[in-house]
Design a protein around this ligand. Structure first.
Ligand code: GUN
Ligand code: FE
Length: 426
């Protein structure tokens, strides 16, 4: 059990920032067990400890952290769509349309993961296993998929249909056998152009048999839409996924910028979520997801980096770009534009909802403690050592807004996952 005392900021209500000033939080076995405003004016270690000990007699306190005035605690952000093997080229290959980019950059880079020295692995399946192992080793939370493709990829990366299904089942079993609640396997048909109906049907059966998450790309770009029209005339991505049994409440579909109204309704009715990846969409989609409208129609929407379709790994970029996108929708409707508060909600609560993680996204008693400690201390001389210029008199709200808009990972001093401190920087 440990205590944190200081400022907490989160967005339990969409569009609204809640600052919990000088609050006392107690976390036990990964769960927030106390969140109190009783000591907003007089907190000293002795009072806090004796208060906590009187509430939870017989427990062992491991630490007491005082968060200073230029620091605050926020919920961990959830990246609902990221390509781990594309890290090698993120920041590059930014000038081509989607289908060309996949063939020129992405498929070759990913298929190299078969090389033992290159990816510490022998085969694609094992590369995904190695990723799950690495996430576990780092005590992170991560949902991992093994990509499926049995058509329209480069020869060295295409799988035989049955082999692809069998390898997926083995991968699911491998990850499930870890019995680690932080790590889950995800069925990952890449997208309709690279997956035959037979493959999709097989994966749909696995989704039902194992009750695991599903992810893919849906209605992303003009060139991808045109390709699907060629392969499956008059059928949309959504309809094809639906008839394959791949639209479930545990499904997260990336992009959705080219969805038709009837497709959106289908996703809503299956309680399938969308991972909106605005930075990637600026490059590939040619359209902006009307996030606010779809949210009000009942669609669950998380944010994703889509690394390396989006060049930036940090979720702060996803928040910022979701805000910029919302303010640049052609023929906007009232309410389309939103700000950092709504963006942050989608990066936390929205992402948690998208993944059916009902104990994550904000700070409440009974919720799991995934959090970041942000430091925006004033730098006296020279250029700021991080992106945020804080001035005396800035309120906690202002410091938070500056961090969301200008900060980066150098502002992150601590990271907790399920109550475990997994990163600490002085
Ligand atoms: N569609 C199919 N594969 C991909 C991918 O790797 N990135 C993006 N952005 N879209 C895709
Ligand atoms: Fe993607």
């Amino acid at each position: 059990m440990f205590i944190i005392y200081g400022n907490f900021i989160h967005t339990p209500v969409r569009g609204e920032l809640e600052v919990l000033s000088n609050h006392l939080m107690v976390v036990d076995q990964g769960i927030i067990v106390l969140l109190s405003s009783e000591f907003t004016n007089d907190a000293n270690p002795t009072t806090l400890v004796s208060h906590v000990m009187s509430k939870f007699p017989g427990t062992t306190l491991t630490s007491l952290l005082f968060v200073s005035r230029h620091q605050f605690i926020v919920p961990g952000m959830i990246d609902t769509h990221v390509h781990a093997p594309q890290f090698v080229f993120h920041g590059s290959a930014t000038g081509v349309p989607l289908m060309e980019w996949l063939h020129q950059n992405t498929f070759p880079a990913e298929s190299k993961m078969k090389d033992v020295d290159y990816a510490k692995t022998v085969w694609k399946r094992e590369a995904s296993q190695a990723l799950a192992d690495e996430i576990e080793r780092r005590r992170q939370r991560g949902y991992v998929g093994k990509i499926n493709m049995d058509r329209n990829s480069i020869p060295e990366y295409i799988e035989d249909t049955q082999e692809s299904i069998d390898e997926t089942e083995k991968f699911l079993q491998y990850v499930l056998e870890k019995k680690n609640p932080l790590i889950r396997p995800v069925i990952t048909p890449r997208f309709i152009p690279t997956c035959s109906p037979h493959l999709l049907a097989g994966l749909g059966e696995l989704a039902e048999k194992y009750g695991v998450h599903v992810q893919s790309h849906i209605a992303e770009s003009d060139d991808q839409m045109a390709f699907v029209e060629e392969l499956h005339p008059r059928e949309t991505d959504t309809e094809i996924f639906e008839k394959s049994g791949l639209l479930t409440p545990l499904t997260v579909m990336a992009h959705g910028t080219h969805l038709r109204p009837s497709d959106v309704q289908k996703l809503v009715s299956h309680r399938t979520a969308v991972a909106s990846c605005p930075l990637s969409n600026f490059f590939f989609s040619g359209k902006i997801l009307p996030l606010q409208r779809y949210h009000s129609e009942g669609l669950t929407i998380g944010l994703g980096s889509d690394l390396a379709g989006g060049y930036a790994a940090s979720m702060l970029h996803s928040v910022r770009n979701s805000v910029i996108a919302s303010r640049n929708i052609p023929s906007p409707q009232p309410g389309d534009a939103f700000d950092f508060r709504t963006g942050f909600w989608h990066a936390t609560v929205g992402g948690a909802k998208a993944l059916s993680l009902d104990k994550l996204g904000c700070f409440r008693v009974g919720m799991e403690f995934d959090a970041l400690m942000i430091d925006v201390s004033i730098v006296e001389d020279g250029p700021p050592t991080h992106g945020v210029d804080t001035f005396e008199g800035d309120t906690t709200e202002v410091m938070f807004e500056k961090w969301v808009n200008c900060g980066d990972e150098r502002n992150i001093k601590r990271v907790w996952v399920a109550g475990e401190l997994i990163l600490k920087r002085e």
